[in-house]
Each structure stands twice: as C-alpha cells, then as structure tokens.
Design a protein. Structure first.
Length: 139
C-alpha cells in the first residue's frame, strides 16, 4: 500500500495554504449584498466619488456606515512597487476599524493567487462582517 499523506503535507505538495483547506465558504448577508449593489450602481454613475462622497451617498439613503469594532469591515487592495527592472505587486488585507494589517503578500506577477493567499491568511485570524475590495471591470 502507498504512503498516506497528512493534510499538511498534501497542502505543501500542492502549494496550497492550510487555511484554504479548512476554509468554509459562507454566504453574504442580505445587508452586505444590498450595500454592494448600491455602491456598484452609484460607482457606475459617479466613478470619481471617493470614500467621503460614497459614505455621504449611503448615509443619504439611510445607511449608517460608522465602524464600531474590529472585524466589522475589512478591505483589500493591490499596489505596485517600482523596482530597477520591473515591478513587484503588494496586496494587503486590513481591518478598517483598527487600521491593523491582517495579512500581506508580494508577487512578481499580477495574478489572483497571491491575493487569495493573503485573504485566506487573514481569514485564519478572524472573519469580517463586511469585506470591501476594488472590483475589476471589463469595458
């Protein structure tokens, strides 16, 4: 009979973080889905709105968007860092309330894998009520 591999070894061989193996998907709350829909629709009309105007928009619709505790709202973003020969890409997952960086990853390619790894690492620490990230649009 062949050797049985434990979960840690299987993840190591496939290059998968262990937190990804144990991650259990959970559906978005109705409130989060409604807020994401409203933000997306407004962003299509007014892509120049920053956080201040978008917050004012949501408040005008009766939504109180004050952050009240850690793990209330997390965000994620990607930026690039110029190097002598090209770029490296940095993704960060942060708690908006505490401004604590929950996880970060660097990559020499702009693929989704390192972003997913950063999010999975953060989800090992806690779970947000709301998760916000930039969205990619195709024109």
């Amino acid at each position: 009979m062949g050797e049985s591999l434990n979960i840690s070894r299987q993840c190591e061989l496939t290059g998968t973080p262990r937190s990804s193996y144990y991650y259990k998907d959970r559906p978005e709350s109705d409130l989060n889905l409604e807020l994401m829909r409203m933000i997306d629709e407004q962003d299509m009309k007014t892509p120049f709105y920053g956080i201040t105007r978008m917050t004012a928009f949501l408040r005008s619709k009766g939504y109180n968007v004050k952050l009240s505790h850690p793990d209330h709202v997390w965000c994620s973003d990607i930026t690039y860092i110029r190097m002598r020969r090209g770029f490296v890409y940095l993704t960060v997952v942060m708690d908006w309330y505490s401004r604590y960086v929950l996880s970060w990853k660097l990559s020499i390619t702009l693929d989704a894998g390192f972003c997913i790894d950063a999010l999975n690492e953060a989800l090992f620490i806690g779970k947000p009520e709301i998760f916000n990230s930039d969205q990619v649009r195709s024109l």
